[in-house]
Design a protein. Sequence first.
Length: 448
Amino acid sequence: MENKRRSFIKKTAMGVSAASIGGILPGFSAHSYGNILGANERLKVACMGVNSRGNAVGSNFAMQPNCEVLYSCDVDSRASEKFIANIAKIQNKKPKHSTDFKKALDDKDVDILIVATPDHWHAPAAIMACKAGKHVYLEKPASHNPHEGEMAVAAAKKYNRVVQMGNQRRSWPNVMAAIGELKQGIIGRPYFAKTWYANNRPSIGTGKITEVPSWLNYELWQGPAPREEFRDNIVHYNWHWFWNWGTGEALNNGTHFVDLARWGLGVDYPTKVSSNGGRYHYNDDWETPDTQIINLEFPNNTLMTWEGRSCNGRSVEGGSVGVMFYGENGSMAIEGGNSYKVYDLNNKLLKEVNGSRKIGTGNLSNPSQDLDVLHIQNLFDAIRKGTTLNSDITGGHQSTLLVQLGNIALRSGSTLNIDSNNGRILGNDAAMKYWRRDYAPGWESILT
């Protein structure tokens, strides 16, 4: 009986039993499970960027019985205080605060760095973590620009680290089943995938240069990016819409569904990319497009599009986000949740699979907590058991690159011809100016 009890606890803790999908079993806290497991069985985590999305992701890690959050790393002292209080309630132990995440990288007890920062920090932090011997959970997108994505892939390989991108739908059961059915021919050969995102984002106005707030280390917030004076409409969310730090809606939300489209069509790199769009709705500081179409052609005779509308939330196929696959014998829709629908060529609904957990697609920080547990446990299994990642950094980079190429096509005003073996732009010097970024003095040498 004792052996059976230990076996049950181990399976539950590692996320194998059905009950663990929600994080923990009824009647037990994560701390209670931690006491059963013992400190040596828990993976130790540092969370870099704990405001909003980072708070949600870090809290989800803390809820796992085989994990302990050791560090809260954030340049915003207010966000860190809130996060530390949240984590203490979950695991009954306060994480340490460090404004600079490098302190956590120096701690031999840390196994994993969660990166939930602005985009310009994603790849640099992941690379530095790999060099320090840490595994990485990297929120999408994988990088700010293609060159950094390539460096992140190389760093994971060189230092033999597990690096998982946070495109969590790769681990959602019904989404996985949908892609499996697609590959088995439920709609014949899929040859076109349409992806979209729609929202009603307000204007960000015109920022005023002002003093840096006392709670913010703006120098470290900028990190590898070239320096700009602090303005009052950048921190915390609006950095998404400035090229110096963000990557626009295409990478902010497009990455998730372009990734599903790439998965379903069975493609890696395109042959041709074009894009049109702009800032059409408001006259303000917003630099990236609020409306954009990206077209990608692939060598297996398939096509993918992404439609982004940041300022008009009219739904497509009944949803604000999603991907629709069109094939020889029908179509398949995967919307925002853990569900899918299959139609024949006459638009008759042939099959509908729904998940039991509601997805809050309008929730910007934590739309799918219960399902994301599966992605987290997949990371843990990859580290502990060598299990294959559902979204490793190579695939994360490939999906991120598709929307990066769309932005490059738009910014350079050209159709891009692409080497389908590696995703590199062919014969276009104007476009290649956007392949990599300029860095603040001293940073480029840190990342090589």
